[in-house]
Design a binder for this molecule. Structure first.
Ligand code: SF4
Length: 351
């Protein structure tokens, strides 16, 4: 108490703790946010939202890109990174550091709010639980980057390769400058071409979402989240070799399905956790053993099968080639061999 806390000091501590990205947004930048996504709905005295990020390793996707290994991505780079010491611990320590100066620091977990619990406000004039920030929009407000056409958050340093969390605080600091729309995403449409489930509409279709922050308008594609979720979590036989193993002959082409996002989650998670057949390895019984294995080892939670084929892998492949991202590699481009996609239906031996 009594000591002066600057954002330069917070930035320095964040990097020393192992975080890769940090940006500061003043609360005024959230003026257009709906009440159930507003930082002030969580902490009414909030003055600043600090968004922090940890890079996703480029190598985290290598096994999926080559079609040879899935578990590393889920364990380290997807569910692992979102829910592990890589980002939670430094964020928590940073929040402790801020509170040592007498400012309250609300650590914010940015898990995807898939389904809000039904509920009524617990007090008058406030939203019902559960309030969630749109973390990618918060990161734009904090000057860390922009949202690409694919709806994935992009930074100059890593392109689409980061996961984000935040701290909401009553400390008041000068906000970081916003990144001008179009500085990173060049509307190349590589994400559209690479997405196996056709979840990202082409820019020519005109399906987009727009938001305004200060004088800038940010726009991105209106993603079909049912198709995206179905593919990402393995309900698409073109991206999951595990479906073919457990159910030879089963045809699920995500491009032809019209699930809602919630229904796609239910469907995919039923496939990985539904009780069906007991095996020695999974004595309680699962439906698709490969998905169950990833879920079991993916720090006990979610798992990735599609591995962001278009929205991340095609995207950073393009951004590296175009010289737009700062972190570069000796083996460029990332996509070095003919990409694989399975036939959506694999014949059974007796067909
Ligand atoms: S691949 Fe990346 S840079 Fe290209 S349009 Fe999609 S989001 Fe933008």
């Amino acid at each position: 108490m009594g000591k002066r806390l600057t954002k330069e000091k917070i930035r320095e501590v964040a990097y020393s703790l192992g975080l890769d990205l940090i940006g500061f947004a003043n609360i005024e930048r959230f003026e257009n946010a709906p009440v159930d996504m507003h930082p002030k709905s969580i902490f009414p005295e909030a003055k600043t939202v600090i968004v922090v990020g940890k890079r996703i390793l480029r190598g985290g996707w290598r096994g999926i890109e080559e079609g040879t290994n899935w578990v590393s991505y889920t364990y380290f780079d997807y569910h692992g990174l979102l829910n592990s010491f890589f980002i939670q611990l430094p964020l928590y320590e940073l929040a402790c550091f801020i509170e040592d100066y007498g400012y309250e620091a609300v650590p914010y977990y940015s898990g995807v709010p898939e389904a809000k619990p039904p509920g009524k406000p617990l007090r008058e004039n406030q939203p019902p639980p559960d309030v969630h920030l749109a973390i990618r929009i918060a990161a734009v407000c904090a000057g860390l980057g922009e949202i690409g056409w694919s709806k994935v958050f992009l930074t100059k340093k890593y392109g689409p390769r980061q996961r984000l969390h935040a701290i909401i605080t009553d400390l008041e600091v000068e906000p970081d400058p916003l990144v001008k729309p179009g500085s990173i995403c060049k509307r190349c449409m590589e994400c559209v071409k690479g997405c196996p489930s056709n979840a990202i509409p082409h820019i020519k279709e005109g399906k987009k979402v727009s938001i305004k922050i200060e004088n800038y308008t940010y726009e991105w594609a209106d993603i079909d989240l049912g198709k995206c979720t179905l593919s990402y979590h393995g309900g698409d036989s073109r991206v999951s070799p595990f479906i073919h193993k457990s159910f030879p002959g089963w045809n699920i082409d995500a491009r032809k399905q019209n699930f809602s996002e919630e229904a796609a989650y239910k469907f995919c998670w039923s496939l990985s956790t539904g009780k069906w057949r007991k095996t020695e390895e999974f004595p309680s019984g699962y439906i698709i053993e490969g998905h169950a294995y990833l879920q079991k080892w993916g720090v006990g939670g979610s798992y990735g099968i599609c591995g962001s084929r278009g929205c991340m892998r095609s995207c950073f492949n393009f951004l590296e080639k175009a010289g737009i991202v700062e972190q570069r590699f000796k083996n460029e481009p990332f996509i070095r061999r003919k990409r694989w996609l399975l036939p959506y239906k694999v014949k059974r031996s007796k067909d």
